[in-house]
Design a protein around this ligand. Structure first.
Ligand SMILES: [Zn+2]
Length: 398
């Protein structure tokens, strides 16, 4: 197999059923591709009590700076009902110019293209003027506890330092060249329990309906807006995701009502300041309790979900400019610089070096019949190749 061909690389990776937390042979396949190119490959197993061990991979070529990292994941989400697929999810079949399989775009495809780009670069120019590394986790689609976060710490402890990172997640909404992600919103979730006094629905003065308390608390989080957005980010947004009382009786006033929420916040906030603001709103609503006039403050408890996702914004013009210039060079398109979408592992990488994300078209990710246009694989490989040349030329001058 020639690793300069992204299609062959991707087929080999898709044929490894690496549904989180299974390695599925995917990292071994990567190792087989990278070693002949001159990469030193290390496998790192991360553990956490109560969670399955996860295999990760770190590979580097070169010993000097500048040092460019490519980051991604080989784990994939489950295929769902395999019978619903037009082509089996781990067969990597090609039909009508499209390659089918779980992970085709999210994100074995990005990895396959970057390997092909590096292989072509080495073939044409020899080893890079500096270092290139692959930081690949098997735990991105899962809890992401035994993945990129620990792999970065492990590598940094060994003295690894990076100057820039490209994450190969699918970033384009419709067409290759649409969008580069230069940041991501943060995410915090929590659960609030409001308390009251149980009683007869016909004797409300003897009871205290917890639903009234919960509704006032929930509304205070939804309005007014947390901010109006920034030039780079949309407005922060909080959604109440469930309200639960579980009361089967029509004539009983409930003593307890629970709701949960999730906020996606921009860089006006940090995970800590957004929590402070949420508590301020809850305390104010509990005290004024507009739905419970004349009553004492609503009693409530809040539980925060573990591990909030931190917001980040990359302001490294050299890195953003290189990716954008390569996209323009190969596709003729001016990519939008965006901070939309969910969180990604770039939230961990941003603590070590500037990071941007650019990969395939994301339309079919996590869906039945996940697939990628074979032509896109060649185009992305050429974009990555142009970026590698461009970034090193620029970094060596600097
Ligand atoms: Zn992904």
């Amino acid at each position: 197999m020639s690793v300069v061909d992204p299609v062959a690389n991707l087929q080999a990776l898709i044929r490894c059923p690496s549904v989180t937390p299974a390695e599925g042979g995917a990292l071994t396949a990567l190792e087989t591709m990278l070693k002949p190119l001159g990469f030193t490959v290390e496998r790192m197993v991360a553990s956490e009590q109560g969670m399955p061990d996860i295999e990760n991979l770190y590979a580097r070529i070169g010993t000097e700076g500048p040092h460019l990292m490519f980051a991604g994941h080989t784990d994939v989400v489950p295929p769902g009902d395999e019978a619903s697929w037009s082509h089996p999810p781990f067969a990597a079949e090609i039909a009508d110019g499209e390659l089918f399989g779980r992970g085709a775009v999210d994100m074995k495809g990005g990895i396959a293209c970057f390997i092909a780009a590096v292989a072509r670069h080495i073939e044409q120019h020899g080893a890079p003027e500096g270092s290139i590394s692959f930081l690949i986790t098997g735990d991105e689609e899962g809890p992401a506890v035994n993945g990129t976060d620990k792999l970065l710490k492990w590598a940094a402890e060994k003295g690894e330092r990076w100057d820039a990172c490209l994450v190969g997640e699918p970033t384009n909404p419709d067409v290759l060249g649409d969008m580069i992600k230069i940041g991501r919103r943060g995410s915090v979730s929590g659960k609030v329990v409001a308390y009251g006094v149980q009683g007869h629905a016909a004797y409300p003065h003897l009871a205290d309906n917890a639903v009234r308390g919960a509704l006032a608390l929930a509304s205070s989080l939804m309005d007014p807006p947390f901010d109006a957005g920034t030039p780079e980010f949309p407005a922060s947004n909080l959604e109440v995701t469930t309200i639960d009382v579980g009361n089967p009786a029509t004539n009983v006033v409930p003593a307890k009502a629970t709701f949960a929420f999730n906020i996606r916040f921009n860089d006006t906030w940090t995970a800590d300041t957004v929590k402070v603001e949420i508590l301020r709103r809850l305390d104010a609503a509990a005290a004024t309790n507009p739905l419970r006039p004349g009553r004492d403050a609503t009693r409530y408890e809040i539980t925060w979900a573990e591990r909030p996702s931190h917001v980040f914004l990359t302001r490294n013009d050299a890195l953003i400019g290189s990716v954008a210039a390569s996209v323009k060079e190969i596709t003729g398109k001016e990519p939008k610089l965006s901070t939309t979408g969910g969180t990604s592992d770039a939230r961990f990488i941003k603590d070590y070096c500037p990071v941007v994300e650019f990969g395939l078209v994301g339309q079919t990710m996590h869906m039945v019949d996940e697939r990628v246009a074979v032509a896109d694989l060649e185009t992305l490989t050429r974009i990555y190749g142009d970026f590698i040349t461009r970034w090193f030329a620029d970094a060596v001058i600097r």
